[in-house]
Design a protein around this ligand. Structure first.
Ligand SMILES: [Zn+2]
Length: 512
């Protein structure tokens, strides 16, 4: 039997995330995916639905008419126990409050949560976030007494029993259960002042403002898989997109690479809000070049999240590249493509790296989003034109539509990628007021046989449009199958977690 308690000073915390586990991943898979330092199971859930108030990165997953004591925060270090829901906070969780103000709370819980079982809790003590997990049994009352004796000022009991699991900086309690939501804690990384890496790329800041107005015909990247592998340097960069504000009164230098050894290409004034699209060695890449993260402070950026919980990762093509034409796109249409690239690893992030490389620039291709089975990467702001429709630089497809590429990589789950693409289309339709009739295939603009798989699968385009129209209230494949065959939640969990689960559910849902 094991018990682990982590105490993480709030000042060391970069971010606390509520991870909603839509793809039924194991804790180990989530750790590998996110790189979080501490992971612990979250609140109660039933089937695919959280039971108590739950909000993650601005998206509400569960609510009811009552208020409870819970933890709420925007980024993490600001976490407090307070009355939840807290509409102005980006994340909150509640479950069973054990301690408040250093005193035992009256415990309120359903009978099926009680008894002696493995337990998980989170709390605050002496300016530190505390995480607790044990796989030996205790009642909520015993847990409350134990945490009170440890001097915790506040505490929430999280889901327990078979759900109790953690990886607290490598100290693990393993459970096979794939829980609905988890608490992830990322520690602040120490910035290095040593200039590292390879010589810089030529500065982008010398753009003369001339717009690309020729070329720009072909589009779907087709077979770049062989010749355009992601460079080593790209792999070292952490994909991200966060807004930061420049803090020093004298402003901050912009350099051509991640370190003081690189040439200065400009400066940002104090207060400037910049978007950091990649980080390396304590430096952040912005549209104009690299700046030291020591002089930047994270500010709340508007997060775009689809209704199936995917956060849009903005990694824009550098300004000045020839495949970023910078025309004004009125976003009248949404154009659906498939990448046509079956190479393993040809996922959304890889396509993002390709578009922002010399090869992507030379091929004069660009589009707005690439979607795979686990991520959505944005390459250009919606309001800019791109080169994806093959109808010329002034063609309606290139100049007036948002290009969405769906990945077909052999190691990806195409059905899931298509579902994710539909969730993105729903978001774009809502944001831009796009009618479903303006969601079109690449084929619509220049006759190209794209999106290939969808075009060559009977009924697939109609099914895709139905998904786009459906929105969050439409029945998911899971719900359709469950209702049709009268299956238990456990059976549905099993089917979903099965290796080809998404495919299987889709086939069962579509069966007559
Ligand atoms: Zn296409």
């Amino acid at each position: 039997m094991s018990k682990y308690i982590a105490s993480i000073p709030l000042g060391d915390i970069e971010r606390i995330q509520i991870y909603v586990n839509k793809s039924a991943k194991t804790l180990a898979e989530i750790k590998a995916e996110t790189g979080a330092d501490y992971l612990i199971n979250g609140g109660l859930y039933q089937g695919a639905q959280a039971v108590c108030h739950l909000r993650a990165d601005g998206r509400t997953y569960a609510k009811d008419p009552y208020t409870y004591w819970g933890y709420a925060w925007d980024t993490g270090p600001d976490i407090t126990l307070r009355s939840v829901p807290a509409a102005e906070r980006r994340s909150y969780i509640c479950c069973v409050c054990l301690l408040r103000g250093g005193k035992a709370e009256t415990l309120i819980y359903n009978r099926d949560v009680g008894g002696s079982r493995p337990r998980t809790a989170m709390g605050i003590k002496d300016g530190a976030l505390c995480l607790y997990c044990t796989n030996s049994g205790r009642t909520p009352e015993e847990l409350q007494a134990e945490l009170l004796a440890l001097g915790w000022e506040s505490a929430l009991m999280l889901d327990g029993g078979g759900s109790s699991q953690c990886d607290l900086a490598g100290k693990r309690i393993v459970s096979n259960r794939k829980v609905h939501n988890l608490i992830l804690v990322y520690k602040r990384k120490r910035a290095s002042s040593e200039p590292k890496g390879t010589p810089s790329e030529p500065s982008d800041s010398g753009s003369d403002g001339e717009r690309m107005n020729d070329g720009a015909d072909e589009t779907c990247p087709g077979g770049w898989g062989e010749g355009c592998e992601v460079g080593e340097d790209d792999k070292k960069e952490k994909p991200m997109s966060e807004a930061y504000q420049v803090t020093p009164s004298v402003g901050v230098n912009i350099r051509s690479g991640p370190g003081t050894g690189y040439s200065k290409v400009g400066a940002y004034a104090q207060g400037t809000v910049v978007t950091v699209t990649a980080t390396r060695d304590g430096w952040g890449q912005t549209e104009k070049g690299w700046v030291s993260l020591d002089y930047l402070e994270a500010v709340e950026a508007a997060q775009r999240v689809t209704d199936n919980g995917l956060r849009i990762q903005a990694r824009y093509i550098d300004a000045g590249r020839k495949n970023r034409p910078c025309g004004v796109n009125p976003c009248g249409y949404i154009t659906i493509h498939e990448t046509g690239n079956a190479a393993r690893g040809a996922d959304a992030a890889a396509h993002g790296s390709y578009l922002n490389s010399a090869a992507g620039e030379a091929a004069l291709v660009s589009w707005h989003y690439t979607v795979d089975d686990h991520a959505i990467v944005q390459h250009l702001p919606d309001g800019e034109t791109a080169y994806h429709a093959g109808d010329g630089p002034k063609g309606t497809g290139n100049a007036r539509s948002i290009g969405v590429e769906i990945c077909v990589n052999a190691d990806g789950d195409f059905a899931k990628a298509r579902e994710n693409a539909a969730s993105l289309v729903r978001l774009l339709m809502e944001e831009h007021g796009t009618p479903i009739g303006h969601v079109v295939q690449h084929n619509h603009w220049n006759g190209k046989d794209c999106p290939y798989t969808i075009r060559h699968t009977s009924g697939a385009w109609e099914a895709f449009l139905a998904l786009c129209e459906g929105g969050p209230c439409a029945k998911t494949n899971r719900q359709t199958v469950q209702a049709r065959f009268g299956l238990a939640e456990e059976t549905m969990d099993y089917l979903e977690a099965y290796r080809y689960g998404a495919d299987l559910l889709q086939k069962l849902a579509a069966a007559n």
